[in-house]
Design a protein around this ligand. Structure first.
Ligand code: AMP
Ligand code: ZN
Length: 495
């Protein structure tokens, strides 16, 4: 089965065929770096990460562009208020965004590009639109897009154009325009605020033009897929289409993927409701980055994701279950081969592929793997998982983890980064005991832990229980727990 995706533009689930050269050209709207990203933002970035990882797993090559919106009204106002440049204001949040991506195991797109590095390209597009009389210049030097010149305006969001003509504001611009629905391409400078000198005059870009400029610069006038959260469908993506297609006469993006919003405990996330969380907030509360990633990846992108702490704790148990299962397969098994296990592994691999081909159904994808874990654990308890079954079962796990990426235990190191950040930048901020314990476990390398575990086992063999208990206690203080296995070996894991 080929990959089928819901295309907002057509309103249907359609086969997402690659271009002739097997290279997928895709653009995903990136963060606005005016503050730390929240878990809703990262739901969208994890969903796009799932898409890119599955495309690679399916043998595609990628040219994935993500922009960094490092200029917008809030950034300009805040940097002006702090009397620093836009770049000085945004660099900290841009850095934080990359760190958060790493915390959540989000792969870096092939190209990450900043809006402020593409101002001349934006001015060039606006000049081209003005030359065609599709853009016009207002008295103050701002430029607007004349929506009346783009008859298919509304085709993405299926907005009722007549309604928009009735006077609903298409954009939040406070500037003069011919028609209320026209949107700003370029904004005249305001005293004391950042501005750029360009071929169309001085000022700053409207929000939408950056994505048209960067997408077309790096992917060409027409490309395969454009993604973002559902809030961007209108007006942002609609305006991107208008600006680009009015200029080039070509279809801008063939597929549009929109990720549904994340809610928290059934409500919209907002600071006033006290349910607003950044990734760092959750880690400092003691939640593992792998649990957060598992939770965000596990809900199909077109389903609303209701984030709850029960759900997050359940995600932690799920990850733990997978890690323990992998250790079990890596441990000693009775010799031979079991046909049911071989078949289970093969069928699960097929089912997992099918689930993602079906509009990236990550719930079914992980459901198939957990069914394998359940059956294989039962079989292993009865001694019916054989040494030759380990490889195919591990292959199914690996196929899963190429997408979810939660099996390698990097949680302690990642938590340590966040705890160090909080101690440095947020003195006084609450750091839970669980987060501290997890971060402390990072101080030990795997080799050091192995050496201590070896010493613990040796002391036990020598019946020096005082020594073996002391080592166990020392490891426990660092968040590392030892488990005595039936076969006499000792396994360790970070708590
Ligand atoms: P921003 O930093 O506001 O430009 O947003 C970055 C990305 O996060 C965009 O694709 C948004 O659509 C997306 N986004 C914002 N809030 C949420 C949410 N609650 N759930 C899912 N995605 C969101
Ligand atoms: Zn965009």
């Amino acid at each position: 089965m080929p990959l089928c995706l819901f295309n907002t533009l057509s309103g249907q689930v359609q086969e997402f065929a690659p271009s002739d050269d097997n290279l997928i050209r895709m653009y995903c709207c990136g963060p606005t770096v005016y503050d730390y990203g929240h878990i809703g933002n990262f739901r969208t970035f994890v969903a796009v990460d799932v898409l890119r990882r599955f495309l690679k797993q399916s043998g595609r090559k990628l040219r994935h562009v993500m922009n960094i919106t490092d200029v917008d009204d809030r950034i300009i106002e805040r940097s002006a208020a702090a009397a620093i440049t836009v770049r000085q204001y945004t660099e900290k949040y841009e850095q934080a965004f990359f760190e958060d991506m790493e915390l959540l195991g989000i792969e870096r797109p092939e190209l990450i590009v900043r809006a402020t590095d593409h101002i001349p390209e934006m001015a060039g597009l606006i000049a081209g639109l003005a030359a065609k009389d599709i853009a016009y210049r207002a008295d103050d030097g701002s430029y607007y897009f004349r929506i009346a010149r783009f008859p298919s305006y509304g085709k993405l969001s299926k907005k009722d154009l007549a309604h928009i003509e009735d006077g609903a504001r298409v954009d939040s611009d406070r500037f003069d325009k011919e028609e209320i629905r026209d949107f700003a391409l370029w904004k005249a400078p305001k005293p004391g605020e950042a501005k750029w000198q360009t071929a169309i005059g001085e000022g700053r870009p409207g929000w939408h033009i950056e994505c048209s400029a960067m997408a077309m610069k790096y992917l060409g006038p027409g490309f395969d897929l454009h993604a973002g959260g559902e809030d961007l469908m209108f007006p942002h993506h609609e305006n991107e289409i208008a600006q680009s297609e009015a200029l080039t006469g070509q279809v801008f993006a063939r597929f549009w993927m929109h990720v549904r919003f994340l809610l928290v405990e059934g409500q919209k996330m907002s600071k006033s409701l006290g349910n607003f969380y950044t990734v760092r907030d959750l880690v400092l509360m003691g939640h593992k980055p792998s649990s957060i990633r598992f939770l965000l990846a596990g809900a199909p992108y077109r389903k609303q994701l209701n984030f709850t702490f029960d759900g997050l704790n359940a995600a932690a148990s799920s990850v733990e279950r997978l890690r323990t299962f992998r250790l079990r397969l890596q441990g000693p098994l009775p010799p031979g081969r079991s046909e049911p296990m071989q078949r289970l592994a093969g069928n699960t691999q097929t089912a997992m592929r099918r689930a993602l081909d079906d509009d990236l159904n990550t719930a079914e994808f992980s459901g198939a793997l957990f069914e394998l874990v359940r059956q294989a654990n039962t079989a292993a308890d009865a001694g019916e998982v054989r040494s030759e079954d380990a490889a195919p079962l591990l292959a199914a796990l690996a196929q899963f983890d190429e997408i979810f990426d939660v099996l390698e235990d990097g949680d302690a190191q990642r938590a340590a980064v966040v705890v160090a950040w909080a101690q440095r930048e947020r003195p006084g901020m609450a750091i839970s005991a669980a987060a501290e314990r997890l971060a402390r476990a990072a101080a030990f390398t795997d080799e050091q832990i192995e050496a201590l575990v070896g010493a613990h086992v040796a002391a036990r063999k020598a019946r020096n229980f005082k020594e073996s208990d002391a080592i166990r206690g020392r490891l426990a203080e660092q968040g590392i727990v030892l488990e005595n296995m039936k076969d006499g070996t000792v396994r360790w894991r970070r708590k």
